[in-house]
Design a protein around this ligand. Structure first.
Ligand SMILES: [Zn+2]
Length: 255
């Protein structure tokens, strides 16, 4: 069975009022409501990676995993929406940003965690982990785990690396610290018995069309292969240029 894992960032009611988030990755709440509806039409229950892990990734009925990166303040409303419908999701937050402008507060995180949302690590700050020394990786993973666990009272054991930038060292250090799952940004779908330290996700961007979402939710997850090709080409560019030069080029092209 194919299970898509959607990767969301910020949401907005009015795009012009969106603060502290990359607009390329932000979508409207109206669009988000549509995604929930499309899942329901495909009879896919919305759940978290933590839910799937708890079932050893054995999927008895169709689901779609919703994940949210960065812990932007706008995620709070999205979580309440999912909770109200009896769904779950993983919220990957940067522990250093909690309670700062444009980010969720500790009491909001505690509230959604108590209601079944899986609050997990996106690092302490938001560095590219592939650029860090082993000590820095250890610090980011350990600190975020401690801070978030202190807020929710629940175990933090899933990590989503910022920008999907990761290497085998990061995985080893994460394992040592008790992480059981890593959600990256490589496009794909989960099948039964996946590599739990290499969970692919489908990026939801402002330009992602309704049809694309509907295709991804189909039993055969249509359109994912094309996205994988595009991702691999971008990955080569990042390797050739290095992260910093790639980002500079990307912002030049987008602005
Ligand atoms: Zn991020």
């Amino acid at each position: 069975m194919n299970t898509p894992v959607f990767m969301y960032h910020a949401l907005y009611h009015e795009e012009s009022l969106l603060a502290g988030a990359d607009k390329v990755y932000a979508i409207s709440y109206k669009t988000f409501d549509g995604h929930i509806r499309f899942c329901e039409l495909e009879k896919r229950k919305i759940c978290s990676l933590a839910d799937l892990y708890a079932k050893s990734f054995i999927q008895t009925s169709p689901v779609c995993v919703f994940t949210f990166d960065d812990g932007h303040i706008s995620n709070y409303e999205a979580m309440l929406k999912l909770i109200e419908k009896g769904y779950s999701a993983d919220l990957f937050v940067n522990s250093a940003f909690i309670n700062t402008e444009n980010y969720m507060t500790d009491s909001q995180l505690k509230e959604v965690s108590d209601a079944g949302i899986s609050v997990q690590s996106h690092g302490h700050e938001h560095p590219y982990f592939s650029d860090l020394s082993d000590d820095e990786v250890y610090y980011q993973l350990n600190e975020s785990k401690k801070v978030i666990e202190g807020i929710t009272g629940k175990t933090v054991n899933i990590f989503a690396p910022p920008g999907g930038r990761i290497n085998p060292n990061v995985i080893q250090i994460a394992k040592k610290l008790g992480y059981i799952c890593i959600a990256n940004s490589k496009p794909g779908v989960i099948k039964n018995n996946p590599d739990q330290f290499n969970i692919p996700r489908l990026p939801i961007q402002q330009h992602t069309s309704e049809q694309t979402i509907k295709d991804w939710l189909k039993p055969k997850a249509e359109g994912v292969l094309g996205l994988q090709c595009k991702y691999n080409i971008t990955k080569i560019a990042k390797t050739v240029l290095g992260n910093k030069r790639y980002e500079a080029l990307r912002s030049k092209v987008l602005n």
